[in-house]
Write a protein that binds this ligand. Structure first.
Ligand code: ATR
Length: 271
């Protein structure tokens, strides 16, 4: 019986066990997906022994996404570029393969809910430069965005992303976040602003074009203040839950041998 799961700390709020549990049941696969709370000082030991207990891989979440890169034997280029992994495969030869599917999930969600979205329709504007933003930036550039604008409260993190991702990245001052949206074809909130229990989202959206596609990485609530404001301006909006669903699909396929469908039933399983 193949086993997988998610390691993090804390892990109680993860939606992944419900999602993978739904897919396992739906496809009649005799496997299990378990949440595991692991302290950083135990990470290396846990990764070493799990393959001997029947585990074929894992999802990785906060705070282990960066540390697993140093413990893996093979790291994909995109995981190395992003500086974090969220999906591990324990290979039969004993080697640990680390990948990052967050950027794939971000783009797949956009394509599902805004089917006419085109990477080269105009500049992309990314609000935030944290861990999640790095995967978004990598995937947007990989998709063919010509100009990627980015702003962050802590400007240095945005400058670091420009340093690593190159000339197509343009850094805006945090005070200019509203102006950054002017002319953008794609607008992304990759901060925690607007999340239930976090600081409110206060960036003015007056410059956002109605032709833009707006998407938020926050999915609690599903309709965030950023998406609400963008929708009022006439933009196409894509909520953040689909990214969570799509980033999970490649791992499920590699562990359990079945490409899972990201459909309404999968969405309902995590809501
Ligand atoms: P994640 O992996 O979710 O991206 P993170 O790396 O902690 O988590 O990044 C959180 C993002 O939200 C960052 O862009 C952060 O800005 P800083 O780099 O300046 O910390 C942003 N953020 C969080 N709280 C914020 C606030 N009150 N005002 C502005 N930005 C905020």
């Amino acid at each position: 019986v193949p086993l997988s799961g998610v390691i993090g700390m804390p892990i109680g709020h993860s939606k992944s066990p419900r999602l993978h549990g739904h897919w396992l049941k739906h496809y009649g696969i005799n496997g299990h997906y378990v949440p595991m709370s692991v302290m950083p000082e135990h990470l290396a030991e846990v990764l070493r022994v799990l393959p001997f207990a029947g585990f074929v891989g894992l999802n990785v979440t906060i705070p282990h996404k960066e540390a697993v890169l140093t413990l893996a034997d093979v790291v994909t280029d995109r995981a190395a570029l992003i500086g974090a992994a969220n999906t591990l495969i324990f290979r039969p030869d004993g080697k640990i393969h680390a990948d990052n599917t967050d950027g794939y999930g971000f783009i797949a969600n956009l394509r599902q809910y805004a089917p006419d979205w085109q990477a080269d329709a105009g500049p992309a504007a990314v609000i935030g430069a944290g861990g999640a933003a790095r995967a978004v930036v990598a995937s947007l550039l990989d998709s063919g965005v010509h100009e990627l604008r980015i702003t962050n409260r802590t400007r240095l993190r945005a400058e670091q992303i420009k340093g690593e991702f190159g000339a197509r990245v343009v850094v805006y001052d945090w005070a200019q976040a509203g102006n950054m949206l002017d002319g953008a074809a794609t607008a992304v909130n990759a901060t925690s602003l607007g999340m239930t229990g976090k600081q409110p989202f206060r960036i003015p959206l007056d410059a956002l074009s109605p032709d833009a596609v707006a998407t938020d990485l926050v999915y609690t609530p599903l309709m965030t203040p950023f998406l609400e404001g963008a929708q009022q301006r006439g933009c196409r909006i894509v909520d953040g839950l689909g990214m969570l669903l799509h980033q999970a699909a490649p791992g499920f396929e590699r562990w359990f041998g079945q490409r899972p469908e990201v459909d309404e039933a999968a969405r309902a399983a995590v809501l």
